[in-house]
Write a protein that binds this ligand. Structure first.
Ligand code: C2E
Ligand code: CA
Ligand code: CA
Length: 415
């Protein structure tokens, strides 16, 4: 494949491309001026002059239709070629909503040209258009757009709720803290899973108001729980912070003020960073540093899923690491999974971070993890996510007896 970004020089008056031609490249003008023109009834009609920094010829490249106008160098022009496949690759990866908008704009542009009688005859036929979205894709785009506007309304309509899932400290025999998880009680769709709408919210800036709402509600709920407990326990509270939020170092300040407003110590909060391959280290480090300043803990979430890897452990300063459920699933039966898990647990401990195992569902898994020295366990075995105040009775007992822990885990088996 030819190298991208090939520079070309056009002499004064030299055509860059002609009306009706099959498009091969779009161009980024580096130097000089380009005239875009069409021929109408034998006359040359100038449509535009473009200069440095502007792109020309991209429309035809995107929808593979013949050039609808000609481009000529006014003086000497230097331009960088943009290959068609370079543009199309980006388009294929683009957000489907953006793609739908672009297809709409392009076909409107083409229709406008046709109505004005501008452009070559080939335009009158339906030439190779940008691959249209299939019926299924269209429906998904429409669903997404709808869900997005409904989610915005859900925040103000009180349809979002926050549930708490406990994290057990198996050494102390107590609930050490909770993870706050959001729930959307949709009036028509019923309970929409965060797996569905958090991903959607993360694609847009909607994650910011959703995150702020969850944070505020979670802190208020912890305060209500405190009032019930009357000092018998002081569980911590972990809040999920998605990449988009953690790129805003301000979110650490927001956590601090949400805690203060709810009258809880900021040191009881933990930020769970759920990140992706595209984690922006500089910004996340800034966020982590700001959390440290406020005494807020930071956990690396979903460790072992392929996104949260060893490189993250090395480069960012976490105080706890949450082992993903996929790690826990294989134990104790699978000896390789067990060896891997105990090795990783040891490694994390050597980095002075706490290990929290997620998705612990069975007694056997819990016992195996305890044997590996994992102190904190989260999962259905310990308790499903529930309304925060439901946990008050369990927190009022400081310990439960060892026998009970082995034979009947302190779990509520309700979904
Ligand atoms: P996560 O942070 O990894 O949260 C744990 C998920 O595993 C939760 O799903 C929880 O209900 C589920 N889970 C807990 N124990 C078990 C178990 O023993 N077995 C199984 N099979 N599942 C278990 P949930 O609540 O559906 O949340 C899904 C994801 O949505 C979360 O994954 C998190 O990434 C995201 N999320 C949830 N709430 C928020 C939020 O407020 N903000 C952000 N940014 N993300 C959130
Ligand atoms: Ca989490
Ligand atoms: Ca997780």
């Amino acid at each position: 494949m030819k190298d991208a970004g090939l520079r070309r020089r056009f002499a004064r008056g030299e055509p860059i491309f002609s009306e009706g031609a099959v498009p091969d490249f779009a161009y980024l003008i580096e130097e000089g001026q380009v005239e875009i023109w069409v021929e109408q009834r034998g006359e040359r009609l100038t449509l535009a002059f473009l200069g440095p920094g502007e792109i020309l010829g991209e429309m035809a490249v995107i929808d593979r239709a013949p050039r609808s106008a000609s481009a000529t160098a006014v003086g000497e022009v230097i331009a960088t070629e943009i290959r068609a496949d370079q543009l199309r690759e980006r388009l294929d990866e683009a957000d489907p909503i953006l793609k739908a908008l672009l297809i709409g704009l392009l076909s409107r542009y083409r229709r406008g040209l046709r109505a004005a009688g501008v452009g070559p005859v080939a335009l009158l036929e339906d030439s190779h258009h940008l691959d249209k979205l299939s019926g299924d894709q269209q429906r998904r785009v429409a669903d997404k757009i709808r869900l997005e506007s409904e989610l915005l309304a859900a925040i103000s309509n009180g349809q979002l709720a926050v549930v708490f899932q406990p994290v057990l400290d198996v050494e102390a025999g107590t609930i050490a803290g909770f993870e706050a998880l959001v729930r959307w009680n949709h009036p028509l769709r019923g309970a929409v899973s965060p797996g569905e709408f958090i991903t959607l919210a993360e694609e847009t800036s909607l994650i910011v108001p959703v995150g702020q709402y969850v944070l505020r509600r979670a802190c208020e709920s912890l305060r209500e729980l405190d009032l019930h407990l009357k000092g018998k326990a002081q569980p911590w509270l972990a809040v999920n912070v998605s990449g988009r939020q953690s790129v805003l170092p301000d979110f650490a300040d927001l956590m601090m003020s949400a805690a203060t407003a709810a009258n809880i110590a900021p040191g009881r909060l933990k930020a769970e960073i759920t990140e992706s391959l595209t984690l922006d280290y500089d910004r996340v480090s800034l966020f982590v540093a700001r959390c440290r300043q406020h005494g807020i803990g930071v956990s690396l979430d979903d460790f072992g899923t392929g996104y949260s890897g060893l490189a993250h452990l090395n480069r960012l300063d976490f105080d706890s690491v949450k082992l993903d459920q996929s790690f826990v699933r294989g134990i104790p039966g699978d000896s390789k999974a067990s060896a891997l898990l105990s090795g990783i647990t040891e490694l994390i401990r050597r980095l002075d971070a706490e290990v929290i195992a997620e998705g612990v569902e069975t007694d056997a898994q819990a016992q195996a993890l305890r044997r590996m020295g994992v102190r904190y366990l989260q999962g259905w075995w310990a308790g499903r996510p529930r309304d925060p105040l439901d946990w008050a009775p369990r927190l009022s007992y400081t310990t439960w007896d060892e026998g009970q822990k082995r034979t009947s885990p302190p779990t509520d088996q309700t979904p």
